[in-house]
Structures are given as C-alpha cells and as structure tokens.
Design a protein around this ligand. Structure first.
Ligand code: AP5
Length: 221
C-alpha cells in the first residue's frame, strides 16, 4: 500500500506520518527530511538543494524522483510506503506513477491535510528544531537546549516569515493542482480537518482513509 500525505507547509504531515505509518504498518519517506540530511552531510545533492529549500522553493523534480527511485527500491519498502510531502508537482505525480509502476504498484490514496493559512503561519513561526537530533519544538526560542540530546534549538531558514509566505505561494501555484491530476486519474482522495489536538487529527485521518476504502488499518484498540 502506498499513500501520499498532501498539504500546505506546516499542515502536520510530518507530525502525523509516524502515527499513520504505524497504523498502516508501512515505513515513511519524507523528501524534506532526506534533503535536510543531505544538506547537513554536505553531499552534492544537499549543496544543490540548499538554496531552493532556504527560499521555500521546490527542489527540481528530477532530484526528487531520483531520491524516490533509490528509496522505494530498498527492501524495507517492499510492502508499501507513506509518502510525506513527496509529490508536489504534476511532473512528480507522473514520475511517481512510473516509479511505482515499475515495482508493480500505484498510489492507493492521497490524504489531504486541510488547514487555513493563518493557522500555518502561526505554527511555523513558533517552531524550533534541535540542530543536532532534529527534534521539533513548539514555542521554544532559538538558542534553548534540546531535552532529548542537549543540542541547541534553531529556527529552520524556511520557517522565517518571507520563506513561509513563499512556501504558501509555491503550494498554491505548483502543488495544489496536483490534486486535480489525481482526481482525473481515479486515485482515491481522503481529506482530514487537520486543526485540533494531534490525537484527534490522527483519529480523523485514519477514519478518512478507512472511509476512502483503504483497508488494513490497525487502530490499536
Ligand atoms: P518539508 O520539510 O516537507 O516541508 P513542508 O511540507 O513545508 O513541511 P513542514 O515540515 O513544514 O510541515 P508539515 O506539514 O510536515 O507539518 P509538521 O508536522 O512539521 O520540505 C522542506 C523543503 O524541502 C521544501 O520547501 C522544498 O524546498 C523541499 N522539498 C521537500 N519535498 C519536495 C518535493 N517533493 N519536491 C520539491 N521540493 C521538495 O508541523 C508543523 C508545525 O506545526 C510543527 O511545529 C508542529 O509541532 C505543529 N503542529 C502539527 N500538528 C499540529 C496540530 N494539530 N495543532 C497545532 N500544531 C501542530
């Protein structure tokens, strides 16, 4: 089973991904995490991606599709994947259809996180992350220490106000049209109201997937 998590920046895809992945018993791929790790490691891909990411622009499609081809070919993804922020342009949707098709698979559903822009700006301006272990925090200032590893908290460059405005504009221009592409290609679309407590959003997300016909969800109850 391969499910795409889809939504504006800050909609909660990364927060919900491990919970939904556990319920579906598939591993997660988050292209944002893969790219940030490449930036930290200073690889050629990371160096090329950094400028796009800092401004809040999208990294070129061929980079994303290259990552996905390599990742999904690995054994741990044989039974499926939860694709967090992986498909953000129509060429990426077409490319992922090819990549999954070569593995005899397809996108089984798209889960859309529905949140208003004002809520997102508030969420992202309040986020810091540990520069060492990447644990995210809400409402802690840059420079504070991480509870997990003692590292220093920083604000992501793309969480600065100008970059957030650009990410939202990029979403409207390049990413939102991808939903119509999936609809036209008969992919199941499930939408979740992503405002509320994290537990409530998880419950609603699993219910939305189930209502869209995604089977085999383990709720732990
Ligand atoms: P990426 O890291 O994927 O950034 P994003 O999509 O903008 O995602 P975020 O991590 O900001 O938001 P999220 O929806 O995961 O929300 P989160 O759970 O973190 O990508 C970064 C960059 O990489 C892109 O801009 C681009 O340059 C590049 N890139 C990545 N994939 C690409 C692709 N396919 N094509 C091209 N380029 C690509 O939550 C956000 C905040 O809200 C957190 O502080 C969290 O604690 C809080 N929060 C979560 N849920 C709730 C809730 N229910 N109530 C209150 N607060 C909440």
């Amino acid at each position: 089973m391969d499910i795409v998590l889809f939504g504006k920046p800050g909609a909660g895809k990364g927060t919900q991904a491990p919970r939904i992945a556990a319920a579906l018993r598939v591993p997660t791929v988050a292209t944002g995490d893969v790219l940030r790790a490449a930036v930290r490691a200073g690889t050629p891909m990371g160096l090329a991606a950094k400028g796009y990411m800092d401004r809040g622009d999208l990294v070129p499609d061929d980079v994303i599709l290259g990552i996905m081809k390599e990742t999904l070919g690995a054994g741990e993804f044989a039974k499926g994947s939860l694709l967090d922020g992986v498909v953000r342009t129509t060429p990426q949707a077409e490319g992922m259809t090819r990549v999954l098709g070569e593995l005899g698979r397809q996108v089984d559903a798209v889960l859309v996180f529905d949140v208003a822009d004002e809520e997102l700006v508030q969420r992202l301006s309040g986020r810091t992350v540990c520069e060492q272990c990447q644990t995210p925090y809400t409402g802690r200032e840059p420079g504070a220490k991480c509870d997990n590893c003692g590292g220093t908290l920083i604000r992501r460059k793309d969480d600065e106000p100008d970059a957030v405005r650009n990410r939202l504009a990029v979403y409207r221009r390049q990413t939102a049209p991808v939903l119509a592409w999936y609809e036209q290609h008969g992919t199941r679309i499930a939408t979740v109201d992503a405002v509320g407590s994290i537990d409530d959003v998880t419950r609603r997300a699993l219910a939305a997937l189930s209502a869209a016909g995604v089977g085999g969800i383990e709720t732990g109850k």
